[in-house]
Design a protein around this ligand. Structure first.
Ligand code: AGP
Length: 613
């Protein structure tokens, strides 16, 4: 969603900000703008569309050289993606510039109040009201921008990251956050503010987590953080473990292709140091063995792709630990009055750690007295901070909007958690063997990646299909959902995933001549009954003229007579199969989008980090 960059320091603010916005492009946006403070004036440039439009605008009407500025990529909520609605927004006297991520829920009430006070609003946004409000408060606090920001925040409801600059204070940028991300980068005689560290990673790896309801005053040589009441707070500084190169395309045409190829490493990195003597060791697990043994129900909550990894987790957790596990879309969770208590463990899964639906689910669970474990890929993000414990996935930065390596590492993390819990419970299963199988998954993902050319060819063959279906049973079902989601979000095609057993209860009516249907087939040795059932499903599909694209493990010859196409994956226990079976579906969707000429990394209408509910 919206990307935010703020800078005060020795370099050209404009250069730092535009480069930072470029790195935040992946978050998804539809307009962009910058403001710099120069000679007692705020100069702004704003343009609808991609960053290049803004860059062209700046080239034709250059900005004065400045060392203080703010920049923004906007994902429209209030008002369409126009030049006028793009941020920054200015106060009436044009002295205050504000950028914003999130939604001000009481904006219409504030707007009415401002209009009654004679202020003429220029845009349709909720952000502009903040610029006017901030400006109106300034005289009462002796033009102290940080204090005015604190007072302004006190008037706002909703989720927001706000960053402001003032024409008459050339060496200061002020930021505030509530329910929306904002990270500080500490440099040498320069400091940065951004929605995430990728915006400033080329300049510094030293980052500071901003807590909930905090205001930061950023100067070239100082960073001061207070709460909304003005009390100074201690900050936690950390070092970002990846570098700028990790956030570059590295020779690939798209970030998604690069990230798909990085999956063996991402899986290996997530396992690294967590398997010792064929046992899972989670040093970061803050819950004691007794606490974990007292858990009588697990609820997993997440959105989109992360939800699919949660669905896979349910099979593993219940199979290996016998602890009942439910999985729920985070956007539904708190609105249905779920039954939670202190013995319920809520697991939130999120790549970004900022998804508002999931964050709200975490907060709700905590309010009900449940313990919360988050599985997250982003250090310093809000979810791990608000959870009782965290298991980090080590996928590295995921820039493409469509999640690939983060998904695989989430699945690995939930396997590790499930096995850890099974160890704690003293399970009689052969856990050591299972741990060994999980440890082998990185190499297996590598093998799959080596055999993807036929999958790319299939995309060519089915480019004009009106629809693509995906079916699977057991953990193959969430894989089918994930395959369909990838195709929808990247290739804008109608795609649906079904539990194969449900086909006959309705979706079978969709089958017609030549319709491509992916079928995820479980291991015949590990799950003979399921295997037999899905072979029947393949026959049902084929009998109705649809084309079966069968994903089956090496050596499974029984499916050959019924498959129009076979994609081979390495042998592994059915429960672990999603780690390899998902990869061809990612490749298929990526190739399909490329063939159709779509933007693979930034599909239309989508945002990488969805920070509104
Ligand atoms: C995945 O391809 C999607 N873009 C999306 O469904 C994503 O997984 C979802 O928004 C959750 O994001 P999170 O993992 O950052 O919480």
């Amino acid at each position: 969603m919206c990307g935010i960059v703020g800078y005060v320091g020795k370099q050209s603010a404009l250069d730092v900000i535009v480069a930072g916005l470029r790195r935040l492009e992946y978050r998804g946006y539809d307009s962009a703008g910058v403001a710099v403070v120069a000679n007692g004036v705020i100069e702004t440039r704003k343009k609808a569309g991609k960053l290049i439009n803004l860059e062209n605008e700046i080239e034709s009407t250059p900005l004065t050289q400045s060392h203080t500025g703010i920049g923004h990529t906007r994902w429209a909520t209030h008002g369409g993606p126009t030049d006028l609605n793009a941020h920054p927004h200015l106060s009436e006297d044009k002295k205050v510039a504000v950028i914003h991520n999130g939604i001000i829920e009481n904006f219409s009430e504030l707007r009415t109040e401002l209009i009654a006070a004679g202020i003429k609003l220029q845009s349709d946004t909720d952000t502009e009201v903040v610029a006017h409000l901030l400006s109106s408060i300034l005289p009462s606090v002796k033009n102290d921008l940080a204090e005015a920001m604190r007072k302004t925040c006190g008037r706002l409801r909703g989720a927001f990251t706000l960053v402001a600059a003032h024409a008459d204070i050339p060496d200061l940028v002020v930021g505030a956050r509530r329910n929306s991300p904002l990270v500080v980068g500490r440099g040498e005689n320069e400091n940065f503010l951004a929605s995430d560290v990728s915006a400033f990673i080329a300049h510094t790896r030293n980052a500071i987590e901003l807590g909930q309801d905090q205001v930061v005053e950023l100067r070239a040589d100082s960073i001061r953080v207070t709460d909304f009441a003005g009390k100074e707070v201690a900050v936690t500084e950390y070092e970002v473990t990846w570098d700028a190169a990790a956030a570059e395309k590295g020779g690939f045409d798209t970030f998604m292709l690069k990230e798909i190829s990085e999956q063996p490493k991402a899986v290996a990195d997530t396992l690294l140091g967590r398997i010792k003597n064929n046992r899972v060791e989670l040093d970061e697990m803050k819950f004691s063995a007794d606490e974990l043994r007292s858990v009588d129900k697990i609820i997993i909550t997440a959105c989109g792709t992360a939800y699919h990894s949660g669905l896979i987790a349910k099979y593993a957790i219940e199979r290996w630990t016998r602890v009942p596990c439910e999985v729920e879309l985070a956007s539904e969770f708190r609105y249905r009055d779920p039954i939670l208590d202190k013995n319920t463990l809520v697991i939130a899964i999120s790549q970004s750690g900022e998804t508002m639906d999931t964050l709200m689910a975490i907060r709700y669970a905590k309010e009900q007295g449940s313990r919360v474990l988050s599985i997250c890929n982003t250090q310093g993000s809000t979810m791990p901070r608000e959870s009782d414990a965290v298991i980090y996935t080590h996928a590295g930065p995921e820039i493409a909007v469509a999640s690939t390596k983060a998904f695989l590492t989430q699945v690995i993390a939930v396997y590790m958690f499930a096995l850890f819990l099974a160890q704690v419970h003293g399970s009689e299963l052969d856990l050591e063997a299972l741990v060994g199988e999980v440890a082998d998954m990185s190499a297996k993902v590598d093998l799959v990646l080596d055999t993807m050319q036929p999958v790319r060819d299939l995309a060519k063959q089915y480019m004009n299909a009106s629809s693509v279906l995906f079916i699977g049973r057991h953990v193959g079902y969430p894989v089918a959902l994930e395959g369909a989601l990838k195709l929808k979000e990247l290739a804008y095609m109608h795609a649906e995933g079904f539990a194969a057993g449900e086909l006959k209860h309705g979706p079978i009516a969709l089958l017609e001549d030549g319709l491509p249907v992916f079928v995820i087939v479980p291991s015949p040795t590990d799950s003979p009954v399921l295997h037999e059932k899905i072979v029947s499903n393949i026959q049902e599909v084929r009998a109705r003229g649809a084309h079966t694209i069968v994903i089956a493990q090496e050596g499974d010859e029984s499916v050959v007579p019924f498959a129009h196409h076979i994609i081979r994956i390495p042998k592994c226990p059915s429960l672990l199969q999603p780690v390899v079976a998902t990869v061809p579906l990612q490749v298929f969707a990526c190739e399909m989008a490329t063939l159709k000429g779509y933007d693979v990394d930034q599909p239309r209408n989508l945002a990488k980090s969805v920070t509104v509910e």
